[in-house]
Write a new protein. Structure first.
Length: 423
């Protein structure tokens, strides 16, 4: 700093301090954005359907909708400001989360075959299954195909990506494991019927249901069967694995809680309708919907299966609930998207689409994303440009203290420097 006056040095120091303070204040908020991602069906590897750090969508205001050519039964994935959604028109869409503008689209090789598989986004790639019998891997940024693998039948199961492997079920009765980078098949296990259920991964094990009425547990590396549990009817529900327990529905009108290690039944709760909805598990409660004549959304005690509340809709519920910020979000066959109080089941808001809603909502950045059979993906909530509450884990006072400490350190260095210059 030779040749600079004390006044100029002071200006430089002030600018540095101001920039340091702004950076220390903004960095945690920027870093937290990745924690707001909803990367796959039912949010995470264990399919809890629960987003701990996501602000709730406390408004049913329509922010935007994007129209595809066919019904949407799949659920959206939201990753780093992008929305990934598949449609029965055989196309995967990548949209900007801010306004729904299209970034790219990819048409599956079986152009007229539906895609009801939810996209799983991991390490820069997007994975999904299709009714054209194939599993696909795309570049998540560009939509370019990386690889595909042909199975023996259609695929409605949604993939899960864990530790470099892709797990997915097929209507050919198999559960598959692929190398995530190359698409090389690592193993497959043949069940007794279609596998529509989406696998969950926890503690080195893969959990999935089958239309052959069984819940299966496999070794994630080898595909060896560890256990199976037989229910009374077919299973299309996907498991949630939480704290050593597996929660899953069956068309025998029950929700089951099984021991994740042994498959032993801990409890079951009997409804009056099919349970194709996949349970969401959060804060000691289990949430799911029912089909047939039941038409309810239920909340049970996760420990013992006792009913806490139920909310009656106008039609069946095949959608799987999403939980965020003390609210339950779920779609209905009646065309409605419901927001309920997670503790009481009280209706907070209802948004009506023009088609069935079997898509399971995803919640990110104070917004709820969901598809409808009216060909649209909807985004509801507070405007994305409106300041939202501080994400969980950010303490404003901690930020202020850190900024003051940095300010003091730089100030002390500046004083020493100026004293040396004056002597």
């Amino acid at each position: 700093m030779r040749g600079l006056s004390k006044q100029k040095i002071k200006k430089i120091l002030f600018t540095t301090l101001l920039a340091t303070f702004i950076f220390s204040f903004c960095t945690p908020a920027i870093a937290s954005s990745s924690s707001d991602n909803w990367t796959m069906f039912h949010h995470d590897l264990t399919h809890t359907g629960y987003a701990a750090s996501t602000a709730p969508a406390i408004s049913d205001s329509l922010l935007w909708n994007y129209t595809t050519r066919s019904p949407i039964g799949a659920s959206p994935a939201i990753v780093d400001g992008r929305v990934y959604i598949s449609s029965d028109d055989g196309i995967v869409y990548c949209l900007t989360a801010l306004d729904g503008s299209q970034i790219w689209n990819y048409t599956a090789q079986g152009r007229r075959e539906a895609i009801s598989s939810t996209i799983a986004v991991a390490d820069g790639y997007a994975y999904f299954g299709s009714y054209d019998h194939k599993v696909y891997c795309l570049n998540a940024l560009t939509g370019d195909e990386v690889w595909n693998f042909t199975t023996g039948n259609s695929m409605g199961s949604s993939p899960v990506v864990a530790n470099g492997y892709v797990y997915i079920g097929s209507w050919d009765g198999n559960v598959y494991c692929f190398d995530a980078l190359t698409g090389t098949k690592i193993w497959n296990y043949t069940t007794g019927n279609y596998v529509e259920s989406s696998p969950a991964v926890a503690d080195g094990r893969v959990y999935v249901g089958s239309v052959d009425k069984n819940v299966y547990c496999f070794d994630a590396l080898t595909g060896d069967k560890i256990w199976n549990y037989t229910t009374g009817k077919l299973i299309q529900s996907s498991p949630a694995v939480v704290e050593g327990r597996v929660y899953i529905g069956s068309e025998d009108m029950n929700v089951y809680c099984l021991d994740a290690s042994t498959g032993a039944k801990i409890w079951n709760y009997t409804t009056q309708g099919w349970v194709d909805s996949s349970p969401a598990v959060a804060n000691g409660y289990v949430y799911f919907g029912t089909g047939d004549t039941d038409k309810n959304i239920y909340c049970l005690d996760a420990l013992n299966g006792g009913k806490i509340w139920n909310y009656t809709t106008q039609d069946q519920v095949y959608s799987s609930p999403a939980i965020a910020g003390g609210y339950v979000y779920v779609g209905g066959w009646d065309g409605n998207i419901y927001c309920l109080d997670a503790s009481t089941g009280a209706n907070v808001w209802t948004y009506t689409t023009l088609g069935h809603v079997s898509s399971s909502p995803a919640v990110s950045g104070g917004c709820v994303y969901v598809g409808s059979w009216d060909h649209n993906v909807y985004v509801l909530g507070i405007p994305l440009t409106t300041p939202t509450p501080e994400p969980a884990g950010i303490d404003i006072w901690s930020i202020v203290i850190i900024a003051l400490i940095i300010f003091a350190i730089i100030g002390a260095v500046a004083i020493v420097f100026l004293r040396k210059k004056s002597t």
